[in-house]
Structure formats: C-alpha cells, structure tokens
Design a protein around this ligand. Structure first.
Ligand code: ADP
Ligand code: MG
Length: 604
C-alpha cells in the first residue's frame, strides 16, 4: 500500500469529511476527466488511422451493489500513470487549505478526481492505456493510501467505479433522474456522447396499456453552446456555461456570439464579466480566449485573440480552418487568427458603445471594473488607439455631478475640455479654479484615478477640442479687454514680481484663476501637480516635477499690501503667500518650521 503525498492527504481529509453541500460536482469532475482522456486520443487519431472507434463516455449505476461507474474509451493510464496521476493532487499549488471553512474553495476551482471521496468510501480505477497490453487497477478507500495491481479490461480506456457511502443523501446518485439532471446541468457541452441506460415508456402491442423498457441514450446535447443559434439557447444556459467554464461565481454582465461563414469560418462566444477578477491588475493575470478547432481545444488562453485593453474578455473561438498542431509561434503569424481578433475587437467596441448608450447603469458597472484597463490602453499606445477607445471613457462632470462620456461633455462645443485632477471629487469641486469656471457656467471634468491625467495627455484632444488642466498654464477665459488689463498689470508690477521671485524661487504673475483667495499656485508646462504626485508614488518611475508659478489676485487687498510693503515685509509676505498657496493646492511646503515662524511674526 502506498501513501498519498502530503498535500493530497490534506485535501482527501477534507473531502472525506466534507459537509460541502455541492457534493454532486464529483460527477462533473469525472466526466471532465473522461472527456480529457478522449480528447487526448482523438488528437492522436488524427494521425494514427488505426484508432477508429466511436468515442464515448458511459455512466452505469447499480442500485443493488450501490456502485456508480464512469467509463470512457479514451487514452487510459498505464501503471506508472495511475500511480502518478491519482496519487498526487494536480492542483496542489492553487490550494493551500488551512481549515475546514475553506472547503468552499472546492466549488471555485474544481478539485478534480479526489472529489469522488465526498460521495464514495471506496474507489477502483481500472485502466488500459493506449498501446498497452495489460490493464491495471488502482484502489483506494481514500484514508490509508492506495494500491495499484494488475487488472482486467478488454479494451483501451478507463472505468472509475465508486462504492457510494451509506445514507440517503448518497442514494440519489444511483437514480437515473438525478444522474441525467446532473449531466445536463454540468456536462451538456462535453463534445462526446455521455451514454446511459434510461427508462422509457411505450404502448403495448394491441393494447392501451403502457410498459416500461430501457434503452441506451445519449444524455448530453453535445453541440457546443457556441455553435448553437442564439434563439435556441436560454440566457441561463449562457450564464451557466460561463460560470462553469471560466470559474466565476457571478453571472456575466453581457455576452454575444458570432457565427461567421465565408472567407473566415468561425464561431465565437464572448463574455464580459460583471466583476473584475482579483488578479486582473497583477502580473500573474493572463488574458486570452479559449481556442478550439473542430471541437478540439488547442489553447486555453490564446492571447493573440484579445488586445491588452480588452484583457478582461472571456470566451471561446472555434474555427475549423486552423490546424491542430499549431504552435504558439505559428499562431502569432496566423493571418486568420489576426483577422478574427480584429473582428472580435470591433464587435466588443460596438457592444460596449451600445451598452453605454442604452444601459448606462450596466455600463457604469462595467466601467468601474474595467475602465482602468481601457484608460491604460490609450496611455500605453501613446494615443494611437484613441479613436477606438475614447468614446468608451467615463469621467465625472462637476456640473452634472455624475459620470459622463466625452461625447456628452462636448455636446455644446465648449472651447476647452477643462479638467481638475486629484483624489476626491468633493475636494476637487472646491478648488478655486474649478469654482471660478463653474461661476462662468463652464463645466469641468473631475479626475480621480491615477491613470486619468496620463490617459488624457496621451489623447491631447477630443473631437478637436483641447484638454486643459485648470491648475496649469493659461485658463484662457478672459475677454480681449481683460487680457490687455492683465498684461498691463503684469508689466506695471514687473519689479515687484522680480523681487518676490528672488525670495521664493518661482515666477510670479497676475491670475484670473481665483476670485476670492489672494493667490494660488499653478503649474507651467506639460507636467501637472497630480502627475508629479503619481510618478513619485510609482516605484521605479522617474521623478518629474511640475514647474510652479505663484499667481496673484490683483483684486484682493493683499495685492495692495504687497505693493506698499518695504523690502523686509515683502520678503516675509512673499514666503507666506507662497507656502499658503502650496498648502491649498495640497502640496508639501519646503520648510514647515520656517512657515510657522513667519506666521508668528505677523502676530507680534
Ligand atoms: P486534472 O483533470 O485537473 O488534471 P484530476 O485530479 O481531475 O486533475 O485528474 C488527475 C489526472 O489523472 C489527470 O490529469 C489525468 O492525467 C488522470 N486521469 C484522471 N481521470 C482519467 C481518465 N478517465 N483517463 C485518463 N486519465 C485520467
Ligand atoms: Mg479533472
């Protein structure tokens, strides 16, 4: 008797003592293993013409013996494989069970073969591998360990025989009704027939009476869901397929299917999840769609089918025109695949636009989960994808107090798309420049995600309207007359501003950005304060600094005071004003102690 590996032992303990309510998943796991085994042989049969058998999976229940058998005529296992494959848990790295509470994880991952021990106290796997003369039998009660001995099986394939545990809750797994129901629910799209003896009723000859008879039937529908017409599939079925195939708890947000015939032949079924997977933004996350050719899975996550900015898509692409033994490298150069990918991308774009227009609530859910991915797509392609993606963006409008698209924002053809960037919309709405614009009935986008401003800078404009940060450069809201006035004020006070610059080290000028405060600080040039902050917080990024300018409000009393101050006072006031403006903007001041001293000086 051999012992199970330690990780397997832990999982087995949990399985045997499981109070897990979805014990029935064991059948799904066994059928999926059988289907995998047949897949492997099917693959071989494409080159080895001696394999001509009809592939199938067979389920047999024996009420008297309390046994259930799942058989397949797939690739089988030899002695070593029985030992290796069934003696060690395949998923051990994804499962780090600590206590019994974590048993819920079973439903999330599917733990494979060992799930049989939730319903069986003894299991026998008899298998004859492809190309082998003898059969072997693996036996285990799941507790002590397992044995592998010579066994008997006439033809190639595997029988998994379960001795079901005693008790009512296990009896049902011997019932025809339960079994057919489970097969239909979990394994309907398995590409091989799942056969079973079923009871039917017929009229007796020459009589009105009915009699029962039994017949071998194929229980599953076999036709993959992505090959069926939309009108023939219920919405529930799409959701069930999504959840079981892509391991999500939540129903998808939406799905669509494509059936293309002509120059390109393929069927595709694409889903947009409703919740972002927890690892979406980690390096471990792998994008991609399942790629099939003529019902055989050739790749689980084909990256080339989805662009990075749609990396959240799940789904299946099935094309008979691809060859089976295609390698990763040749796939990348495959022009058909590239064409399919382009079509899918276009369609996703269309579907999202439609959702944004007609189902805004759904779209906001989508955007909350995946908006970042799209923004990053615009940024990382340096705006090259802007035409495709800009209309998918949502930003918060200060005027409407809700998320709007750029199209909605520019409806009245504003001169600029003004925006303020920070961490919180409430705070941003209170920024002096934002209120100044709002008082002039000009709307402002309030951006709160780190990536926002980078995305906007990559776009530069939308619908030929330039983006403008309210805290940088010229706001350009003045009339010609006002501009002249400002120019004159700047000129008249040139000397004063020069003196002040000597103290604080940054340019000083007249502002139109604030109406109530005496001064504010702005950034000149391409780098904004928000970008400076984000870069400083990004590990490995180069530190960039925004070029600061102190702007003075000529209508404020303080301005007059500055003009009349002697050199000593001017030095003090300049420093104070500058520090103050930095604080209001949320920027650190260079010397807090000095600032405190200066404030005290005012008092004594
Ligand atoms: P997984 O299916 O995820 O690999 P399982 O625990 O379900 O994990 O199965 C472990 C391994 O046992 C499989 O990878 C496969 O190699 C082997 N196996 C299980 N059932 C069969 C079968 N019916 N025919 C051939 N091999 C099988
Ligand atoms: Mg499995």
């Amino acid at each position: 008797m051999k012992k199970f590996k330690t990780e397997s032992q832990k999982l087995l303990d949990l399985m045997i003592n499981s109070i897990y309510t979805n014990k029935e998943i064991f059948l799904r796991e066994l059928i999926s293993n059988a289907s995998d085994a047949v897949d492997k042989l099917h693959f071989k049969s494409l080159t080895d013409k001696s394999i001509d058998e009809k592939f199938e999976i067979f389920i047999k229940s024996d009420k008297k013996a309390r046994t259930l058998t799942v058989s397949d005529n797939g690739i089988g296992m030899n002695k070593d494989e029985l030992d290796k494959n069934l003696g060690t848990i395949a998923h051990s790295d994804s499962m780090n069970f600590k206590d019994k509470d974590e048993i819920d994880i079973i439903g999330q991952f599917g733990v494979g073969f060992y799930s049989v021990f939730m319903v069986a106290d003894k299991v026998e796997v008899t298998s004859k591998a492809y190309g082998e003369k003898s059969a072997y039998v693996w036996k285990s009660d799941g507790v002590k360990g397992y044995t592998v001995d010579e066994g008997t099986r006439k033809s190639r394939g595997t029988d998994v025989l379960l001795h079901l545990k005693e008790g009512e809750e296990y009896d049902k797994f011997l019932e025809e009704y339960t079994l057919t129901d489970l097969i239909k629910r979990f394994s309907n799209y398995v590409r091989y027939p799942i056969k079973m003896e079923v009871t039917k009723s017929r009229k007796k000859d020459d009589s009105d009476e009915y009699e029962d008879y039994t017949e071998i039937d194929t229980v599953n529908s076999m036709v993959p869901i992505w090959k069926r017409k939309k009108s023939e599939v219920k919405k529930d079925e799409y959701a069930e397929f999504y959840k079981s195939n892509f391991h999500d708890f939540a129903d998808p947000l939406m799905h669509f299917d494509i059936h293309a015939e002509g120059t390109l032949n393929y069927d595709a079924l694409i889903y947009i999840p409703s919740v972002a997977p927890f690892d979406l933004y980690s390096k471990e996350y792998k994008k991609g769609l399942q790629l099939y050719t003529s019902n055989v899975l050739i790749m689980d996550k084909c990256e080339d089918l989805v662009p990075d900015y749609f990396n959240f898509l799940k789904g299946v692409v099935d094309s008979p025109d691809l060859t089976l033994n295609i390698s990763r490298e040749t796939l990348q150069q495959n022009s058909e695949l590239a064409a399919i990918a382009r079509r899918i991308e276009k369609r996703v774009n269309k579907e999202l636009t439609k959702m944004c227009e007609s189902k805004r609530e759904d779209y906001e859910t989508f955007f909350k989960n995946f908006g970042r991915v799209i923004k990053f797509g615009i940024y990382s392609t340096y705006g090259a994808k802007k035409d495709d993606l800009a209309d998918l963006l949502l930003f918060y409008s200060a005027r409407n107090k809700k998320m709007v698209t750029l199209k909605e924002f520019v409806k009245d053809k504003p001169k600029y798309i003004y925006y303020a960037a920070g961490t919180d919309t409430n705070q941003l709405a209170k920024m002096p420049a934002v209120t100044t614009l709002q008082n002039k009935d000009i709307d402002v986008l309030l951006l709160t995600e780190d990536i926002d401003e980078f995305c906007i800078q990559a776009m530069m404009n939308y619908d030929d309207i330039e983006f403008k940060n309210v805290a940088s450069g010229d706001l350009d809201i003045d009339s010609e007359e006002d501009k002249k006035k400002t120019e004159k004020l700047n000129k008249d006070n040139e000397k004063l501003f020069k003196k002040m610059k000597k103290v604080i080290g940054v340019d000083v000028k007249i502002t139109n950005r604030v109406t109530d405060a005496p001064a504010c600080i702005s950034a000149e040039g391409p780098v904004s304060f928000e970008m400076e902050r984000v870069m400083a917080e990004t590990p490995g990024a180069n530190d960039v600094t925004a070029t600061r300018v102190l702007e003075l409000n000529p209508k404020h009393k303080v301005f007059k005071v500055l003009k009349e101050a002697d050199d000593k006072k001017l030095k003090l006031y300049s420093q104070l004003l500058y520090d103050q403006a930095c604080l209001v903007e949320g920027l650190p001041i260079s010397d807090p102690v000095e600032y405190a001293k200066n404030v005290s000086k005012l008092m004594v």
